[in-house]
Design a protein around this ligand. Structure first.
Ligand SMILES: Nc1ncnc2c1ncn2[C@@H]1O[C@H](COP(=O)(O)OP(=O)(O)OP(=O)(O)O)[C@@H](O)[C@H]1O
Ligand SMILES: [Mg+2]
Length: 450
């Protein structure tokens, strides 16, 4: 049946792909943002020190006799020392003319901090200006301090590595979480599927277990469908039962007329015809009775009327009631019930099933033989009916319990092929099974195992 279902891409894979794809994008964005932020903070740190250095040099500048004098504070450069031994350059200008330091540190007054290329390396340069006012004209002293960025790049690389590791960890965790979330979500669907597949073919009861909100409409439609299916099945079973019932009564009347006529008729041809007629009536009557029983079993199996059944009592009673039929064929019953055997089940159904098994034993076993009904409580509770006949036809044994299936060994016995079906359905309704086998010493053995 599943071959008929058209399937598209797996929901689980789709969900997992969206979630892991999202996690990957998030991890990359996280990496870029943190790296940019770290670079900004690291740069700010270098700028602050450069600024302090420039300020301390500017502070040392004084006007003496109208000349700018600068007693260079060496701490201003030593404060810039780094682990990576970054090179430091400085330049002091007086009114735009280089007073001391390295030439070529291009100064631009309007920018306090800049990055530029100097002496083959990228340097960060800080510049500040101070105006010294003396007796004469004011003097503009400008100081620039530059530093290479090896330590900064080192720090940035370290941060980048750490952030990359963190991002990869985040991605891995998000992937695991997304698989977990996907499995949990899909698990709900799988649970529903399992509970549908685990149901017996007769079980059309609605699903009552709670399902997630999103699955509510689906389960609702499923329940609706099963309700309608159940209704139409019930209707057809009811129809069969009703039809069987209606057929049985007139059949009984026809049978009694045929029998009465049979007593009066002397012509052999007519007697043969009447005999065939009575046999056909018996067949139909049996079929109607079995159909009625089968419909009853199907009804009750859905809603078992369970009580504590003493199997020994039930079987003793049944055997007693079937003894007259057995006596007619000189068959003796042995009821082998050693230990107390109790079952929480529907006594009417159980009796029906056992009656069909005993009926078969009486029908298919030879006259003057023994039929044994054995109740066992270990390893499982079981009731078996064995006879001394030919046994089940071995090649058909697997199909005999199917509806309307009769064996090739019936030897003209009347029957409709529903007896074993009834027994099997009753066993299934009680969570058990019907097991058919042939005994090595000869004879059939039908076991209802619970
Ligand atoms: N004890 C047995 N020994 C040999 N064959 C058996 C025995 N019981 C059942 N069978 C075979 O299994 C077939 C199915 O049995 P089942 O009871 O379902 O139908 P039936 O006896 O033919 O008809 P009915 O519905 O009237 O009982 C029988 O037709 C018969 O061939
Ligand atoms: Mg039968």
């Amino acid at each position: 049946m599943t071959g008929d279902v058209v399937v598209s891409r797996s929901l689980r894979n789709r969900l997992a792909m969206i979630l892991t794809g999202g996690a990957a994008v998030l991890a990359i964005v996280l990496f870029l943002v943190v790296r940019a932020y770290a670079a900004q903070i690291a740069q700010q740190g270098q700028d602050n020190i450069l600024n302090a250095s420039v300020s301390s040099i500017l502070d040392a500048a004084v006007l003496r006799d109208g000349e700018v004098e600068l007693d260079f504070p060496y701490a201003a450069l030593s404060m810039l020392s780094t682990d990576a031994d970054d090179r430091v350059f400085y330049a002091v200008y007086e009114d735009g003319a280089l007073l001391s330091g390295y030439d070529g540190l291009d100064t631009q007054d309007d920018e306090a901090f800049r990055s530029m290329n100097y002496d083959g390396s990228t340097v960060r340069i800080a510049t500040a200006t101070r105006t010294l006012v003396g007796a004469n004209v004011p003097r503009r002293v400008t100081v620039s301090v530059a530093q290479t960025q090896d330590a900064l790049s080192g720090t940035l690389n370290r941060i980048s590595t750490n952030v990359a590791v963190f991002g990869a960890g985040f991605f891995a965790l998000a992937t695991v979480l997304s698989f977990w979330a996907t499995s949990t979500t899909i698990g709900q669907l799988r649970r529903l599927t399992t509970s549908v597949t685990r149901r017996g073919p007769q079980d059309l009861s609605p699903f009552t277990k709670p399902v997630p909100t999103e699955m509510g409409p689906l389960v609702g439609s499923l329940n609706n469908l099963m309700f309608r299916l159940d209704q139409s099945l019930k209707q057809s079973e009811e129809f069969i039962a009703e039809a069987a019932h209606r057929v049985r009564t007139p059949l009984a009347t026809v049978r009694s007329y045929a029998e009465a006529t049979f007593q009066r008729v002397e012509n052999t041809e007519n007697r043969d015809a009447l005999r065939s007629m009575m046999r056909a009536i018996d067949e139909s009557s049996r079929a109607a009775g079995q159909l009625l029983d089968h419909a009853m079993v199907t009804f009750r199996a859905e809603n078992l009327d369970r009580i504590d059944v003493d199997l020994n009592d039930l079987l003793r009673d049944l055997v007693q009631r079937m003894t007259p039929v057995a006596d007619m064929r000189d068959v003796d019953f042995i009821l082998d019930a050693a230990a107390p055997a109790h079952l929480h089940g529907d006594p009417i159904l159980l009796q029906n099933a056992f009656r069909n098994l005993i009926d078969n034993a009486l029908k298919y076993a030879p006259a003057d033989s023994i039929v044994t009904v054995r109740v066992q409580t270990a390893p499982d509770l079981s009731v078996s009916v064995t006879d001394q006949g030919k046994g089940f036809p071995p090649s058909e044994i697997n199909k005999l319990a199917d509806r309307f299936v009769r064996g090739s060994d019936t030897d003209g016995q009347i029957g409709s092929g529903l007896g074993l079906t009834i027994a099997r359905d009753v066993a299934a309704a009680h969570g058990g099974a019907l097991i058919l086998s042939n005994r090595s010493e000869g004879g059939a053995c039908a076991t209802l195992q619970f």
